[in-house]
Design a protein around this ligand. Structure first.
Ligand code: ADP
Length: 163
């Protein structure tokens, strides 16, 4: 039987944006399975808790049959190996992403040579979008409806109103 092509898409997703979803959509058409990997990164202090981020990702990937989400802390290549994933997906928006991504991809290759990092480019309308921009716009009551799902927009408003 042919081996299933499994990929993982790691990130902080604080919160998930339409840019992330664009990448997930592209990956889901290339790979048999995509595992969105929610990184519990101790060096970052996210606005949303792990459960909140998971809930927003679940809602966003509901329509994709071959995509699931898992939370994870530890070494990414260990997680990939345990899940028989040979590919790490990352999004590349601009040159500014390159240096960090390049370093991480080469480090992961050094740690696990059989795992390949694949970069996907989102639709150009999402190239300037990231989770920080979305949080900043909401903080000052700007409208983020064209950057995030309805649920994420509601959760963002709730979060800033409760502060
Ligand atoms: P991390 O802390 O791992 O960078 P993020 O949630 O910020 O987590 O990003 C996860 C991945 O999604 C990264 O590869 C990032 O480049 C990519 N990404 C983030 N925003 C976008 C976007 N608007 N379009 C395409 N890719 C994106």
């Amino acid at each position: 039987m042919k081996e299933k092509k499994i990929s993982i898409y790691p990130g902080t997703f604080d919160p998930i944006t339409l840019g992330h979803i664009d990448i997930i959509h592209r990956a889901s058409k290339i790979f048999d399975e995509v595992i969105v990997t929610l990184a519990i990164n101790p060096s970052k202090t996210p606005l949303f808790s792990t459960d909140e981020r998971l809930m927003m990702i679940h809602d966003a990937i509901d329509d994709f049959e071959n995509v699931r989400v898992v939370e994870f802390d530890g070494l990414l290549v260990d997680f990939a190996q345990k899940n028989s994933a040979k590919v790490i997906i990352r999004g590349l928006r601009a040159i500014s992403d390159f240096e960090f991504e390049f370093q991480m991809a080469l480090m992961n290759r050094k740690l696990a040579n059989e795992i390949t990092t694949v970069f996907l480019m989102p639709n150009e309308k999402y190239t300037y979008l990231n989770s920080t921009v979305v949080k900043n716009v909401t903080k000052f009551n700007g409208n983020v409806d064209s950057f995030v799902t309805k649920l994420v927009a509601t959760e963002l408003t709730k979060k800033f109103n409760s502060r």
